[in-house]
Design a protein around this ligand. Structure first.
Ligand SMILES: *Cc1c(COP(=O)(O)O)cnc(C)c1O
Length: 394
């Protein structure tokens, strides 16, 4: 069992099925933050950039994420937000394919990734196009006009999972590069960017990696590409020697060239402490248990709640760790569930999402969640007025 509930500070009586949105607080985090604030910031002040190693946190923490995504040490750096890292990776990939004009993605991709791609195309004076196809049409659409294939491995709404190795192979056969978004993969299932041959990968750390709200994102570049990548957001921390303050940009020879500006030290320290939870966790074991939990939940819900329909792929290997059910009143139902301590979330127009992370969710939790869903639906508890208003964040 990978169960480590005692490593998390979860509220009493809560079954937490929302790790795909914000991971729970690892118990090691508050003490680390206090240490960084009191013993580094308060005591060392500016000297802490050197004495406490703040300046190296982006690569040090990147090297801790690397094994979770199958990347060698020295190929991952942490910083900024995922949206920014999508831009940084995509722009760099487009620059490596100067003769090509198509960025290919799918209609299931996360909107921010698509908006970022469109925004980049706009500043490229619209000489490029964003071609969007249905997820199952991506493979057949990759041809020799495609510069970059930009995909999210696990769909944020349904958990549908792309075959990263196969699509990357197809892209390479057509001379295209890939940018993989691992937002719903890292920490949720085994990922192997090396075996899959990914060119660029990005992901966030506040979902299954439990780094906390606003935790910085990560970016991976295939080792043999690092030396030829020209960062579009060429910030001073990506310079070979930031403290030479040269007027011209000369990128660092390492993955550090993907860095931009001053790192968010407190967030990185929180993330660093959060990653301790993964020490000695086998991602294959975690995945097997996550599938067992999801399968049990689906079976329970389908027996108890004929009113809802499974929106996720039925085959477990075709899903990530999220299971979604469609129901017209999904939003008030989810609010009613949350009021009962079953915390999942909702994605428009009608999807109730439940994430199964076996580090803090048990099979008994999965059954209880299904029982409560049945109760909310059969008693129509979701019709109560307090569940009818829509919050700003769903
Ligand atoms: C969560 C998520 C994001 C969020 O990006 P931020 O910049 O961290 O807000 C982007 N892309 C995907 C695929 C996501 O799942």
């Amino acid at each position: 069992m990978v169960l480590r509930r005692d490593r998390f500070d979860l509220p009493e009586g809560v079954i937490y099925l929302d790790g795909h949105s914000l991971g729970p607080l690892p118990r090691a985090v508050p003490a680390r933050l206090t240490e960084v604030v009191r013993e580094q910031w308060a005591t060392e002040v500016v000297r802490a950039w050197n004495t406490a190693g703040w300046v190296s946190l982006p690569t040090a923490v990147g090297d801790r994420i690397a094994p979770l995504i199958g990347a060698p040490s020295g190929t991952v750096v942490v910083g900024d937000t995922l949206s920014i890292q999508v831009y940084q990776a995509l722009a760099a990939a487009v620059r490596l394919r100067p003769g090509r004009r198509v960025i290919l993605s799918d209609t299931g991709n996360f909107p921010s990734d698509l908006y970022i791609a469109q925004g980049l195309i706009d500043i490229l004076r619209a000489e490029h196009t964003l071609r969007l196809v249905a997820p199952d049409e991506v493979e057949a659409t990759i041809d020799e006009t495609v510069a970059v294939v930009l995909l999210t491995e696990v769909d944020y709404r349904t958990g549908r999972r792309h075959d990263m190795a196969r699509l990357t192979e197809r892209a390479h056969a057509q001379g295209a590069l890939t940018v993989w978004d691992l937002a719903h993969s890292a920490g949720a299932l085994p990922v192997d960017v090396t075996q899959a041959g990914c060119d660029f990968a990005v992901g966030c750390t506040y979902k299954y990696l439990n780094g906390g709200p606003g935790a910085p994102a990560f970016i991976y570049v295939r080792p043999d590409l690092i030396g030829s990548v020209q960062p579009a957001i060429a910030g001073w921390f990506g310079h070979r020697a930031p403290f030479r303050f040269d007027v011209g940009y000369d990128p660092a020879p390492s993955i550090e060239r993907m860095r931009i500006g001053t790192p968010a030290v407190l967030q990185m320290a929180a993330l660093d402490a959060a990653l301790d939870v993964f020490d000695a966790v086998s991602m294959h074991e975690l995945r097997a248990e996550s599938i067992a939990l999801s399968e049990r939940f689906i079976a329970e819900v389908e027996t108890r709640c004929p009113q809802v329909s499974l929106a996720s792929p039925r085959a477990p290997e075709a899903r990530g760790a999220t299971v979604s059910f469609a129901f017209d009143a999904g939003y008030p139902v989810m609010k009613a569930l949350i009021a009962r301590g079953i915390v999942g979330d909702f994605r428009a127009p009608n999807l109730m999402r439940f994430g199964f992370c076996p580090l803090y969710v048990t099979e008994a939790d999965a059954v209880t969640a299904a029982e409560q869903l049945q109760s909310v639906i059969t008693l129509e508890a979701w019709r109560q007025p307090e569940f009818q208003t829509t919050d700003r964040v769903t």
